[in-house]
Design a binder for this molecule. Sequence first.
Ligand code: SAM
Ligand code: SF4
Length: 429
Amino acid sequence: MPGYFIWTIGCQMNKAESQQIAGYLDSAGYQAVDSFSNADVVVLNTCVVRQSAENKVLGTLGLLKGVKNKHPDLQILVTGCLVNSDIQELKRRFPQVDLLFKPGDYPELIAWSERRGTPAEQRLLRYPPNNVNGARSPSALIPIIQGCDNFCSYCIVPYRRGREVSRPRRDIVSEVEELVRRGMKEITLVGQNVDSYGHDLPGHLDLADLLNELSSIDDLARIRFLTNHPKDISLKLIDSVASPNKICEHLELPVQAGDDDILRAMRRGYNLEQYRELVHTIRRNIPQVSLSTDIIVGFPGETEEQFAHSLALVKDIKFDVVHVAAYSPRPGTIAWREYQDNIPAEVKKERLHVIEDLQAAIATEINSQLQGKEIEVLVEGSKGGKWFGRTRSNKLVFFEDAGDWLGQLARVKIERTSPWSLGGEVKNN
Ligand code: SAM
Ligand code: SF4
């Protein structure tokens, strides 16, 4: 059987789409292998959200060019946000690539497979029984909406992934039902803005309706979703998370900046007061909620004072997790056209570290409050002789035990905490 290896970087959407690609390749008779060097087909699922990610993609394409020179039969397939509309230009730049297809454009992948004499199933349950590159997991990522209509000024995603298109509710529900029949315990619904889900479907269905329907699937233990948009998240959705059910109490709510002028220049569509009020409402309704956010430092013109506002926000809100990124100008975006990237790289780096250090101290404090508590963990796998999994609030937990815990719900008594993970002893039976 010919072997395939999928290389993925970037957001959860890319990870979800890599799982779908694995499903198509499995159906066409390819077999997952554990490295580039054992593969007959390599798929690169790319990200160009920041220059640093793009550089990794270009480096990997360079490496594969060398491999292809030695093994001309190697097939190189490229998808993800590197693939823009000018496929001919990309083909000229990367002659080593055999197929370029836009994110989610599976008819192109199916046609390639057919040309190779290895037809893939057309209407596949777009999901492998295993996971990407053969790893097993009880947890699946399900794309529910493609693209983004928001055009935040710094972001390349809407230019590469196009406008929002929701997947029909029936498709999603039957996919999840089938996955659960195969033993899947947890699903995470993903989209650039899951709060937009359904606006383009007949019947004005929304994310809360979809979650409520999925909750009724027996044997599905947990449901997650990401990413929310602070300007769009609804009270109806907050209520759904608040009621006791399978929906986990964790929200990813990117704020991006703690200063109103910067938020305006970013075209985020909310101000600080509205964001703080939203967090207040969420915490009042869901007291046990865990909150993650994203922050960009060094946006064009960001003064020390404006940066201090982002720092103050992190200090006040006490998020569970903060992902910080240094602003990276992306050709074609509004910020790239309208503003000069005038914050020096060392200043961006310094600001990034200041936020990371502050957040490490906050996460240390938040996680230490879990010391001695018994928490339910869905076990996702094992690493270095330890089982690992996540709590409903998305905290990573490690424990040692001789039993087979994969896919099980373990009750773990927390004995060690750090800003990044927890450790403890299993207490079931
Ligand atoms: N849709 C989500 C939202 O509304 O925030 C996030 C999707 S975006 C692909 C993931 C993260 O990358 C963003 O939250 C932002 O912090 C970061 N990002 C996007 N464009 C960036 C840029 N030009 N420079 C630095 N970070 C960027
Ligand atoms: Fe990018 Fe903004 Fe869309 Fe998120 S909401 S993908 S940051 S344009």
